[in-house]
Design a protein around this ligand. Sequence first.
Ligand code: ADP
Ligand code: MG
Length: 584
Amino acid sequence: MSKIHILENSLANMIAAGEVVERPSSVIKELVENSIDAHAHNIQVSLFEAGRKKIVVEDDGDGMDREDAVLAFKRHATSKIATSYDLFKIKTLGFRGEALPSIASVSRTTLITSTGSGVGSEVVIEDDELTVKDAPLRQGTIVSVEELFYNTPARLKYLKADFTENSNSIEMMCRLALAHPEVSFAFYIDERKQFQTTGRGELLEVIKDIYGHDVAKKMVPFHFVNADFAISGYLGKPELAKASRYFIITLLNGRNVYMPKVQTSIIESYHDFIPPTRFPFVVLSFAIEPALVDVNVHPSKKEVRFSKEADLRLALLQNIPLALREKNLVTEIVTTSKTETLSEQMNFDLDLSPKTEVGPQSRILQPSQDIHPLAEDAPAFNAYVAPEKTLTSLKAVAQLQLTYIVAEGPDGGFYLIDQHAANERINYEKLQRLFNKDLVVTEPLIPIIITITPSEVTLFSETKMALLRAVGLEFEPFGVNAYKVTQIPVWAKEYDEKAYVDELVYEVLHEDRLDIFKLRTHVIATMSCKRSVKANDRLSLADMQYLLDNLLKCDNPHACPHGRPTIIHFNKYELEKMFKRTGV
Ligand code: ADP
Ligand code: MG
């Protein structure tokens, strides 16, 4: 008797479901993407009991006629591609024809749909039995998924606590809404509205609808176009930095996808602005010729590959810092009123700038907000006036706790400058200039021998050697597991030569995904830190003034190379307000 047989349809669906339907948030994703593909303008999603009990997705899209409504539940039934050629120019979100049958195989699914003409249909699938009857409905589709995983106990057990499942679903909904500003989304959990977007096509407005005014006001617009791709969206100012990379939202041709390389590049491009343990808040959409994109990598289409990744990386690394730098980034003390946003309800980590002891209501934000056409009801920051100009002069007045410089500015307020951070910034930019000059090399003053451990020997590959050469180092073997440095950049003499070499070698050996760009940035940041005055160094007024003058000459005087602020501003208006000297 033969051993091979064709899987029963229901079994095949359940296996596919293992890939497509992992948890409530994946059901949401598949159903909402279907609604978007069906040209819906309004999509409402409701979850009950974290999606275990019921998930309902309602749209006002094209709807289906009776025949299609039944066909939709057949495996590999799709209206979206017909031939393998179509695979290469996919523009719709779904195309595998797997989602509906998969979902139906692990839940009790009801689909009510109508094209707007004739009578609508209601298709119920339960235990692999399909029944159809007439159903009145305006044009559109309602899919209701009940008792997810009722017949696959292992999967059911694998679901996490309600809170976790809900936050996965919220994240998914946020991403879908951000990817489609042209669609109005309403999202409910156990009948409580989580957010609603207007569908007016403005990404910044979606950001506001989801995360609140405070966040939307701290987004910097970003645009980049070349022959192969276009990038547009918003970059969160450094103070919006997050503890996780969750908020690096990348959209590829309207699809919410995980682009690991792009994500890394975005993180690196913020290197100068935020501390290394923080991640930026970014929403960027990439438009890339579909033929250059391979979306067929993962069944849930979360991860994609595409050619021109290197060009894209460069575009991000060069242009994101430019866009951020254009803004005046002095950290500002302002008192604000509170508005509860989704992010606050969920306890997201939004307010991350260092706190100062100015009172319970104060938080730090940045001046020179762009005036974006947000709705007029903008509640927060009304108190803030004083359009900040770029700082041109600061007068050192005193040193505080051997750590901060107190300075007066031109505006009648005062400034606190972190002396170490300021000095780091100055050295950092100086080193950058030195690095960018033609590399002039010389022999080290005193012989520098580097010894590496036996386990490191294997790490010392040709590629890594080449990286070191690119930053001006040359070596020759010097006994067992040791090298003699025969050449260093001339400017390194000004610094601690040995420390410089050690730092480079260590970084090259132990950092896996290193390129010349990263290596330079790292070394420059480390060297500038080592060379800088520390907290607890006593400074004379003249030292302090020298530091301030040089700081203000920097391209980006407002943050140290690790992204922490260098200058905090207490403006006159705020001071008077705190002392109740004005009628505010
Ligand atoms: P895919 O999206 O990969 O084509 P699905 O199983 O998700 O596969 O859906 C199967 C088909 O059902 C789709 O191709 C589409 O024609 C139809 N369909 C699904 N959801 C909707 C909807 N909300 N509105 C209109 N048609 C839909
Ligand atoms: Mg689909």
